[in-house]
Design a binder for this molecule. Structure first.
Ligand code: GLN
Length: 489
């Protein structure tokens, strides 16, 4: 079979085997993916930048490493990075006018780690501007489309990375997740996405949205690939002061164990009104499969879940308003040229450089943090955050992991929710509690509803990545969803 026909289900392990047996070279793999990008990305629009020359140069170097017997698990594997992760010498835009043409002089820690591992960068993935959104329609460049149905959104904000993996334009990608931005698009595109424990992966070089919630994680074709990518990026980084000081295990080892004796909780609040019946049905069925595999399953209650959205939309915009204050048109990025005074220049730069959703967040956050309102909003939200986190910790005394849907709906039509921010915000109602509590969570495909992918979400204890990988992997191996790919484009 021609290499181009084999890309659809091609995992990191498949590619590794082909590379190690010299069936293909890394340059062949890079070329096949670049060709695929050339063929489908005009429609999918998952990439904002394609780094063809860099990819071919890195692939040639990877081939030398392979020839010298120095290949690691990711050497020669084609990948993409979300365009809010710094790449030295390669434009990093956050899909914002504000960073149009910005070429960072440094690599994010994850970029460096993956380059050291020998992975090959094909380009940068589209996102909602500054990662604010759930459909990639807030990208200032163009929306990305869902490879399962190009009239529909891929989810967001990591819509580019999820669509790229689903459309086999790369073997894996990295996303960032502040309230659900890895898991929700992974669910809507039928791929695997994981948000690790807060602090388990370095945020150095990730362009900040809400620093107490942001986490980088893998977007892959299956759970074993997720563990392989996590192996490459997890661990302590002295350049990120919130990074946890720990020695990461080999996450692939966690996939060996079955589910006998594993205690799973099903939080009833995650099956409330607003959940599409097709999603509820697929997830209930998936929970039945887990039970059949030996896990014990019991309903639990996390009564403060309903406050998570409100807490998130105080905390995230507050942090964003502070983080985005740096874009003043002076040091880098967009700079308005038609201003007379310094203050005009600052105002015009921000007026013209930011899109409407980013401005909405800055205004919300500035209001919540302003004198007189700080106690009523920000401080109160912090207190409720503590309650939500404590509630999770109590439940984890009895359970190894929690299972629930990732997103309340399957992929929706482009334009369907753009006029109603609250409808859009509700997309992340099932994912943001994990960010608020700082715990790890993974989304794994668990069925189709009306021909569109549904995601099963597994949340774990802090540093409980091994357990959620194990649960997701056992589920995945017992079912055939990983073999269902986005229909040929
Ligand atoms: N959709 C949520 C938001 O708009 C979450 C985004 C994210 O996780 N980056 O804020």
């Amino acid at each position: 079979m021609a290499l181009s026909d084999r890309l659809a289900g091609l995992t990191i392990r498949d590619a590794r085997e082909m590379l190690d047996s010299r069936e293909v070279s890394s340059v062949d793999l890079a070329e096949a993916h670049l060709e695929r990008i050339g063929g489908v990305d005009e429609l999918v629009k998952a990439f904002v930048t394609v780094t063809e020359d860099l990819a071919l140069a890195q692939a040639a170097r990877a081939d030398e490493r392979i020839a010298a017997g120095e290949a690691g698990p990711l050497t020669g594997i084609p990948m993409q990075l979300k365009d809010n992760m710094s790449t030295r010498g390669v434009a990093t835009t956050c899909s914002s006018r504000m960073l149009e043409g910005f070429v960072p002089p440094y690599d994010a820690t994850v970029t460096q780690q993956l380059h050291d591992a020998g992975a090959v960068l094909l380009g940068k993935g589209n996102l909602d501007e500054f990662a604010m959104g759930s459909s990639t329609e807030n990208s200032a460049l163009f929306p990305t489309r869902n490879p399962w149905d190009t009239d529909r959104v891929p989810g967001g904000s990591s819509g580019g990375p999820s669509a790229a993996v689903a459309a086999a334009e790369c073997v894996f990608s990295l996303g960032s997740d502040t309230g659900g931005s890895i898991r929700q698009p992974a669910a809507l595109c039928g791929v695997v996405g994981m948000k690790p424990t807060y602090g388990a992966v370095s945020r150095f070089g990730l362009i900040a949205f809400a620093s107490s919630l942001d986490q980088i994680g893998p977007i892959t074709k299956d759970v074993a690939d997720c563990a392989i990518v996590l192996n490459a990026i997890a661990g302590h980084d002295p350049r990120d002061s919130t990074s946890i000081d720990f020695r990461p295990p080999d996450y692939t080892q966690a996939l060996r164990d079955g589910l006998d004796g594993v205690q799973l909780g099903v939080p009833k609040e995650y099956f409330a009104a607003g959940l599409e019946p097709g999603v509820a049905e697929s997830v209930r069925e998936a929970i039945g499969v887990l039970e059949g595999l030996g896990a014990s399953v019991e309903e639990v209650s996390l009564p403060h879940t309903g406050y998570a959205l409100a807490v998130y939309y105080i905390l995230a915009p507050s942090e964003a308003s502070a983080n985005l204050a740096r874009y003043d048109g002076v040091k880098y990025g967009y700079s308005a040229q038609d201003a007379e005074t310094m203050w005009d220049a600052l105002e015009l730069t921000r007026q013209q450089g930011f899109g409407p959703e980013v401005k909405r967040r800055i205004m919300l956050g500035t209001y919540a943090l302003s004198a007189g309102y700080y106690d009523a909003y920000y401080l109160k939200a912090q207190r409720v955050r503590t309650i939500i986190r404590r509630e999770f910790m109590d439940v984890f005394e009895r359970f190894d992991a929690l299972v629930m849907p990732t997103s309340p709906s399957v992929a929706f039509k482009l334009g369907e929710k753009t006029q109603d921010p609250v409808q859009m915000y509700l997309n992340d109602i099932l994912t943001m509690p994990a960010n608020i509590a700082g715990i790890p969570a993974i989304s794994v495909p668990c069925g189709l509803s009306d021909g569109l992918p549904v995601g099963l979400q597994v949340m774990g204890k802090p540093m409980g990545e091994e357990m959620i990988l194990r649960v997701a992997h056992n589920y995945e191996q017992a079912t055939g969803w990983r073999h269902k790919h986005a229909p040929a484009l």
